[in-house]
Design a protein around this ligand. Structure first.
Ligand SMILES: Nc1ncnc2c1ncn2[C@@H]1O[C@H](COP(=O)(O)OP(=O)(O)OP(=O)(O)O)[C@@H](O)[C@H]1O
Length: 254
């Protein structure tokens, strides 16, 4: 299986006195899709944001491709010690947000090219060729010169996925990528995510869509109040849930 892209052990995270993660493990092996499910407030988005160090955590270890994040300080004062390491990790774990977060003053092509050119300092000509490839892959090659406001929500989210892909990251992190979309637009984004899963991309997916989690995950983690209540392959988590809490959650979301 090789070294996992992301490995987390015993992660604790609090916002002030509110403990949101209470000792969580997560392993994302290369080429696998890990989905995080659970009720609102269970800590799914927080765990995802801890993976790429968008959030600090107070205890526990995070490894990116085997390399442990180095920390300074303790408890609520614990922060990553090495900015260069944070940048390296963050640029290798591209995030797709619920609200797309496209730059409204840039065309779709400029949005997709921005970070590879300015952050990674890649050659603009090469980046443009890649950006057009990724826009074609998500089915919106014809929108390269459009402004974000001219696109539907589903098209904007596909542009955001093209932007994440153009960083050529080691893994993609999705934070409820379909939650802001109408049901018919949701499907076009789901198709893209499934195609990426079939290509063998490493992904971590926070989702309320149990069908999406069931269809494209290798591993599903059910979080409850900051702890892993149950985890396993999707066939077992969805087909034969072991705990009453997971059974209750699944019947409430069905
Ligand atoms: N920046 C913040 N400051 C304070 N509390 C926060 C912050 N972000 C999240 N929380 C709290 O942490 C808890 C977990 O939030 P989180 O967004 O991780 O849950 P979630 O499982 O992703 O929920 P949802 O499905 O509603 O997005 C919640 O109680 C939330 O109110």
């Amino acid at each position: 299986m090789g070294t996992p892209v992301i490995e987390i052990r015993g992660l604790h995270k609090a916002y002030g006195s509110l403990e949101v993660l209470k000792g969580v493990d997560l392993t994302a092996p290369r080429g696998h899709v890990v989905s995080l499910i659970g009720s609102s407030g269970s800590g799914k988005s927080t765990l995802l944001r801890c993976c790429n160090l968008l959030e600090d955590s107070q205890q526990g270890e995070i490894r990116f491709e085997g390399e442990a994040v180095r920390w300074k300080g303790e408890g609520l004062n614990r922060h990553p010690a090495d900015r260069a390491q944070v940048t390296r990790i963050r640029t290798n774990l591209s995030m797709v947000f619920q609200q797309f977060n496209l730059w409204s003053h840039m065309t779709i092509l400029q949005n997709v090219m921005e970070a590879p050119v300015t952050v990674l300092k890649r050659d603009p000509g090469e980046v443009e060729a890649k950006a057009r490839e990724y826009l074609a892959k998500v089915g919106i090659a014809d929108k390269a010169d459009a402004w974000p406001a001219m696109l539907s929500g589903g098209q904007q989210q596909r542009a955001a996925i093209a932007r994440a892909l153009c960083m050529e990251p080691r893994a993609l992190l999705f934070d409820e990528p379909t939650s802001a979309l109408d049901p018919e637009l949701e499907q076009e984004v789901i198709r893209v995510i499934k195609a990426l899963a079939e290509e063998g991309r490493t992904m971590i997916l926070v989702t309320h869509d149990m069908k999406l989690a069931a269809d494209c995950s290798d591993h599903v983690i059910f979080l409850h109040q900051g702890l892993i209540e149950e985890e396993g392959p999707p066939e077992r988590v969805f087909g034969a849930p072991q705990t009453a809490r997971l059974r209750g959650f699944l019947s409430a979301t069905a």
